[in-house]
Design a protein around this ligand. Structure first.
Ligand code: SF4
Ligand code: SF4
Length: 370
């Protein structure tokens, strides 16, 4: 049976259908009011955006959703977990500073911000899932402890999974740093022969995992130390650090699916999903910049099914005509896979199919436009 996905486009002709009212409408049409009860602590899982990024979900728009949750009598809070990479959201102090600078202050959003995995990601819930790759998922403690979740996701491209939406917000987004590392372990950097020995990667590695031999000079990665942050890959001017796209990236994608299962395990009937199909950039919001979008803005989607809402989002993106300048590999026509047009080595459909196979949700969706 197909899962319902409610859709609101962005056309607006009066105050009645401004973006805030569209979100309120979606929330109610999708019956999210029935999910939450008086005094329940409801985590609104969001990505606060890296500093310098501006494509993340607007704090003024998330306020409309938070106010709808409050009307149920529940007690919502905004939440995210610390990052694996060493940016400005790697510990709770930096993370909260970045969130505030990006506009998520109490006066704007009307609720507290709680970094779910604690100061240095030590607040961890172990969730048994017994899947192919992951036996025990490591989930941010306060996400696990919340009575329910509303997962608000910016739908956009992603280097390793093709696209990022609700599933990625659950899997990478709800995992502790240890959990993120467990997922990324399947996507380790590989030093290529074309390396010109400039040494830049050795300088940027935050854990001194890169070293070199003299005579002849050659660079290596110590995988016992590597935390798979990919800073070296981003910094290499020679594109000499790559990944095993064919064998390892599909495993990384499968681990993501399994972690998403871990994040929802103790609250299956208490989760709502809203995807924002706006500013659909090639990269995710962890980057300290936002490229031009690959397709025009589309709208907002709401569902109770994480797989269906991402499948519907992907379908709607692919129905657009792509913007040539940001689609490096030029999948610009109606119906073409736009994210393959950017990240040609990754098949995002593998994530959807795998998540359906392990019981996270259904790739069979019915879009109901409101
Ligand atoms: S080797 Fe590269 S991916 Fe690994 S920790 Fe160092 S910079 Fe990060
Ligand atoms: S940055 Fe790139 S080219 Fe320079 S040493 Fe590292 S791998 Fe080689």
């Amino acid at each position: 049976m197909s899962s319902k996905v409610y859709f609101s486009n962005l056309r607006s002709r009066s105050e009645k259908d401004n973006k805030g009212n569209k979100l309120i409408n979606l929330f109610n049409k999708a019956n999210f009011t029935d999910l939450y009860n008086e005094n329940e602590l409801i985590g609104v899982k969001i990505h606060f955006g890296e500093r310098g990024n501006d494509a993340y979900i607007s704090p003024t728009l998330i306020r409309y959703i938070i106010d709808e949750i409050k009307k149920t009598g529940a007690n919502p809070f905004l939440t995210d977990t610390n990052t694996l990479y060493f940016g400005l959201r790697h510990n709770s102090v930096d993370h909260l500073k970045t969130a505030t600078l990006n506009g998520f202050s109490y006066s704007v959003v009307g609720v507290p911000l709680i970094i779910a995995d604690g100061l240095n990601s030590e607040h961890e819930a172990l969730v048994e899932i017994n899947q192919k790759h992951v036996k025990t998922a490591k989930i941010g403690g306060d996400i696990f402890n919340a009575d329910g979740l509303l997962v608000a996701s910016h739908f956009k491209g992603h280097t390793l999974s093709g696209f990022g939406g609700a599933i990625k917000n659950l899997s990478m987004g709800c995992a502790t740093i240890n959990g993120k590392l467990e997922q990324h372990e399947a996507a380790k950097p590989i030093m290529q022969d074309e390396c010109n020995n400039c040494g830049i990667c050795e300088g940027v590695c935050p854990v001194n995992a890169i070293f070199h031999n003299e005579n002849p000079k050659k660079y290596f990665i110590n995988y016992d130390k590597c935390v798979v942050c990919m800073d070296c890959k981003s910094a290499c001017p020679n594109e000499s650090i790559d990944l095993n796209w064919e064998e390892e990236i599909p495993k990384f994608i499968e681990r993501m699916g399994e972690y998403a299962l871990g994040a929802v395990k103790n609250k299956q009937d208490k989760i709502a999903y809203i995807n924002f199909l706006t500013d659909i950039t090639p990269h995710c919001d962890c980057f300290p910049f936002s490229d031009a979008p690959i397709v025009p803005d589309i709208g907002f989607l709401a569902s109770n099914d994480a797989v269906a809402i991402d499948a519907a989002s992907l379908y709607l993106v692919n129905q657009q005509k792509g913007i040539k300048d940001t689609l490096i590999h030029k999948n610009c026509n109606h119906g073409e896979d736009k994210f393959k047009g950017v990240w040609e080595n990754v098949d995002g459909n593998h994530l959807l199919n795998y998540c359906q196979d392990i019981g996270l949700g259904s790739i069979d969706f019915e879009i109901i436009e409101i």
